[in-house]
Design a protein around this ligand. Structure first.
Ligand code: HEC
Ligand code: HEC
Length: 413
């Protein structure tokens, strides 16, 4: 039975959300109960940035090699640019430990006219690169852009566990009956690694399905390092003559190391996969009386519908990721967030749709929301809109003491 499960997972990948809606609900229910019965919590780690507990020696070594590569600053000789945002992953992902977040934002632009969205790809959209290896290659946000969004760096803790959550678990979240206007849908995107349609899990718009795909995307778009999944450089604002002038390193710039058989994107994906979740283990933690009341409010106000306290990984060849509870506080679905949407169309997400932000590690990740517009958690809740409008309004109506209880609870995550 155990050996069969990875096959089951692969079989599921080809299915669309609609196929699933027609699938026998009883069978799915039984599978879920089995998954939950087997799932165990991950033992808590001491510090942000620690590897998962219970890795094999080989996996720990892969984590170590990835940790080093994650901090490696690319140079013009190694392929940096011509346009880029920063020279290393850690430059942005550093707080409160390596692999974390930061208040650093990147910018995306597009153009919306009469309901028609254009990502302005021909002008270098949708991601703006703030730096260049030469002034002559420097990008500008084109004057055609009338949508400009800023995106804050997200933390990478525990992403291996999120990757190991089977697509079918997320599709199932989308099947629940709408509660107080809350629906949500899975982002079905093409995974550049397998070529298959998968559920997008990563990024503010759930735009990537796997860590390796995200690593390839980040190497190209944040650092200008071409790789086997993203083999073509970004031309500065779409200008191919400028690209030819400033791009001196042959593509793909990320080459396989003959000693290890891996390229940098593989090594860095290993680091992210083996990076432990934030050190708190809320599901087992003893809560203060105030935080305990806050937990009840979190459920009563429907926060827990979108910010689902736990999901479960399936059977996985990596024992440290197999059948684990993942206390991420997200359903990994896209929700129409109304005025909180960032206006950008990306992956499967429309302009107003955002992925439910996981809340684990929240207390160490200020400022909040996709562009860091909220300096406090209270502000972040008040800025919810769209599908979350009713939940937000009920939060606003709480007494000051109840609000404090909810905030005390969120501070334990
Ligand atoms: C210039 C700053 C910057 C650099 C450099 C950078 N990132 Fe990021 N990273 C971000 C931002 C901003 C986001 C959120 C992006 C979004 O969803 O639009 C992000 C998101 C991610 C995510 C998604 C996390 C989640 O919660 O789903 C992964 C994975 C990631 N980065 C990996 C990397 C890797 C690997 C590197 C190095 C190759 C890297 N990043 C370099 C800023 C950066
Ligand atoms: C309809 C789904 C939905 C509901 C209901 C909802 N949220 Fe959210 N929440 C989101 C989404 C989506 C985001 C990310 C939005 C963005 O940044 O654009 C988010 C972001 C947040 C953030 C900021 C996280 C960060 O890392 O920046 C906090 C805090 C939060 N929610 C708490 C709550 C609380 C508390 C409630 C209940 C009162 C609640 N949410 C109800 C979907 C929801």
């Amino acid at each position: 039975m155990k050996a069969k499960s990875p096959l089951l997972l692969i079989a599921v990948l080809g299915f669309s959300a609609t196929t699933f809606a027609q699938d026998a609900p009883i069978k799915i229910q039984a599978q879920r109960h089995r998954a939950r019965a087997r799932a165990v919590p991950v033992s808590p780690v001491a510090n942000f940035g620690d590897p998962l507990p219970d890795l094999t020696a080989e996996q720990n070594a892969a984590f170590g090699a990835g940790l080093e590569e994650f901090q490696n600053a690319e140079t013009i000789e190694s392929g940096l640019g011509p346009t880029f945002n920063n020279a290393s992953c850690v430059a942005c992902h550093s707080n409160p430990g390596i692999g974390g977040s930061s208040a650093i934002t990147v910018s995306r632009f597009g153009r919306l006219v009469n309901g028609q969205y254009d990502s302005l790809a021909a002008l270098g959209g949708s991601l703006f690169q703030q730096n260049a290896i030469d002034m002559g290659a420097q990008e500008q946000i084109p004057k055609e852009a009338n949508v400009i969004a800023h995106r804050q760096t997200t933390p990478l803790f525990g992403l291996g566990l999120i990757e190991a959550i089977p697509d079918r678990e997320i599709l199932r979240n989308a099947q629940r009956t709408a509660i107080h206007g809350i629906k949500g849908r899975a982002a079905i995107v093409q995974d550049v690694v397998s070529g298959q349609m998968r559920v997008g899990k990563f990024g503010w718009k759930a735009q990537q399905a796997t860590l390796l795909a995200f690593a390839g995307d980040a190497y190209l778009n944040e650092m200008g390092i071409t790789n086997r999944f993203f083999p073509n450089e970004n031309a500065p604002n779409g200008d191919t003559a400028k690209l030819a002038q400033f791009d001196q390193v042959a593509d793909p710039e990320d080459q396989v190391d003959p000693d290890t058989g891996k390229s940098d994107i593989d090594v860095v994906a290993d680091f992210m996969r083996f990076l432990a979740p934030p050190p708190s283990s809320v599901l087992s933690a003893k809560l203060s009386p105030s935080a305990n009341n806050g937990r009840n409010l979190f459920h009563q106000l429907d926060c827990a519908v979108c910010h689902k306290p736990a999901m479960f990984t399936g059977a996985n060849p990596i024992a440290a990721l197999s059948s684990k509870q993942v206390p991420l506080f997200s359903d990994l679905l896209l929700h129409d967030m109304g005025t909180l949407g960032d206006g950008i169309v990306q992956g499967a997400a429309g302009p107003d749709e955002m992925r439910t932000a996981p809340l684990w590690g929240l207390r160490d990740s200020a400022p909040y929301l996709h562009d860091g517009r909220a300096t406090t958690v209270d502000d972040a809740i008040r800025m919810h809109d769209g599908e979350a409008a009713e939940s937000r309004d009920r939060y606003i109506q709480l007494t000051p003491q109840q609000k404090q209880q909810l905030l005390d609870y969120l501070d334990t995550l």
